[in-house]
Design a protein around this ligand. Structure first.
Ligand code: ZN
Length: 464
């Protein structure tokens, strides 16, 4: 699991320019993302949405919230994930959010977004998440300046009729996906009574998705008439849900995890939570011992090798970490995050690399990660470092230019157009004209050229 400061690569907005101190933090975790995608995929398909077109983002925040932004991005706060007790409850939340997407409830806001600057919008998202992260439980008014109104109108607050229609759509998706709406009802019951609290004491989810008796009644009626009333998701989803919660607690609230999952609790999820909590509280040896027990029990589980590798990597045992990342990747080759972590570990090894074989292996896995997830800035940064090393070993300046090109991609993915354009221009000078990377550098240069109202082709000649 990795904590990533907000870069919003997929929104291609300008994180650096948001200028507030409380950047929100996103959580990237192969296992949890894997679970959320597999739970959500049948719901998206029921809504005639290609699951690949939706990006799920996990915001590190104890606030209970979930929302949709820029059309195809669903944000889930860790506070919400931790509040759900079952995969059906989480499926209810996903179905409701998907109801907003399918209902086009964001078209209006997309129009508004066109009128607002990218910075203002990002400022809004950041401030919302930062407010949540700071535990204030409300919008961080102080850091939002002009953003507040956009947040309240476009992003977060739907009126009650829109909420009811998202519920109705969500319930029909759940029906089609063969999932009971019981979980949706249970989740609403958890939040019941919040409506009567003063606004500043309400859970964010209730503020952004006003909950009413009518909504709860509608879901109850649907459930009563449903043939899926008592349907349960397959056990594997319960297992994944339990491990997600164990992992989040161990990672985010290790002290609480140690209390909740007692020493003698034999359940796998309990030992998983404790292993992570021990790692997070500076007890790597004990953590690895517990993780070894997990691996023994499930020798084909890539995420246990990943945990062991991460503990070793963070404690300077890079070469041991490499071996475990290798195993994790062999078990789950199509995870961009695992490929990236493996490539990164290979880069960080201090062991001799005479013929450069290790750098080549690092490049292979970083390129594979990049193929699986093209706009992850960190992968580009590691690629830049790997190509830089390759240039040193081979004394071939083309690798230097490729390193510069990778930095251009990193900047572009972070929305830093100016730096991206400059780096791309510099990279082009060192790459063979017309070669694949030269062409991609040219694309960056052209797409990041300052827009002066003319079409971009006209700028081809306008450089210098
Ligand atoms: Zn809603």
């Amino acid at each position: 699991m990795a904590l990533i400061l907000a870069q919003m690569p997929l929104l291609a907005l300008h994180a650096q320019e948001s200028g507030n101190g409380g950047q929100p933090v996103f959580i990237r975790d192969a296992e949890i993302e894997n679970y959320l995608h597999s739970l959500a995929a049948p719901i998206y398909r029921a809504a005639d949405i290609d699951p690949k077109s939706i990006t799920i983002l996990i915001v590190k925040s104890s606030t209970v919230n979930a929302f949709v932004a820029e059309g195809m991005n669903e944000f889930f706060y860790t506070g919400l994930l931790q509040l759900t007790d079952s995969p059906e409850q989480l499926a209810g939340v996903i179905a409701h959010e998907t109801g907003h997407i399918a209902g086009g409830h964001l078209i209006r806001s997309e129009e508004e977004m066109k009128n607002a600057s990218a910075e203002a919008i990002l400022g809004t998202i950041l401030a919302v998440a930062a407010g949540a992260a700071s535990g204030s439980g409300g919008l961080a008014a102080g850091s939002m300046a002009g953003g507040t109104q956009i947040a309240e109108r476009s992003f977060l607050s739907f009126d009650r009729s829109v909420e009811a229609s998202a519920d109705a759509a969500g319930m029909s998706f759940l029906d089609r996906a063969g999932i009971s709406v019981r979980g949706m009802l249970e989740f609403f019951h958890k939040l019941e009574g919040q409506e009567d609290l003063p606004k500043d004491q309400q859970e964010e989810y209730v503020r952004t998705h006003p909950l009413t008796r009518d909504r709860i009644d509608a879901v109850q009626q649907h459930l009563n008439a449903s043939p899926l009333k008592n349907a349960k998701l397959p056990d594997k989803f319960y297992v994944m849900h339990e491990r997600m919660k164990a992992k989040l607690l161990g990672y985010l609230q290790p002290e609480t995890a140690m209390l909740r999952y007692a020493d003698d609790d034999p359940r796998l999820s309990a030992r998983y939570a404790r292993a992570i909590a021990l790692y997070r509280t500076g007890k790597p040896d004990h953590a690895i011992k517990l993780t070894d027990g997990l691996i023994k029990q499930e020798p084909d589980n890539p995420f246990f090798y990943e945990l062991k590798a991460q503990i070793q990597f963070d404690n300077g045992r890079v070469d041991e970490a490499i071996e475990n990342y290798k195993k994790a990747n062999a078990l789950l080759p199509d995870s961009a995050l695992l490929q990236q972590a493996y490539g990164h570990a290979l880069l960080e090894s201090k062991a001799p690399d005479k013929d450069g074989a290790r750098i080549d292996l690092a490049l292979q896995h970083l390129l594979e990660s990049n193929r699986l997830e093209g706009r992850e800035p960190l992968t580009w940064r590691f690629l830049a470092s790997a190509w830089g090393r390759k240039a040193e070993i081979t004394q071939d300046t083309r690798y230097e230019a490729m390193a510069t090109y990778a930095l251009a991609e990193e900047s572009a993915a972070q929305g830093n157009d100016k730096a991206a354009g400059q780096l791309a221009e510099r990279a082009m000078k060192g790459l063979p004209k017309g070669s694949p990377y030269w062409l991609r550098a040219q694309d960056i240069k052209l797409s990041t050229a300052p827009d002066e109202g003319g079409d971009k082709k006209g700028k081809k000649k306008g450089g210098d």
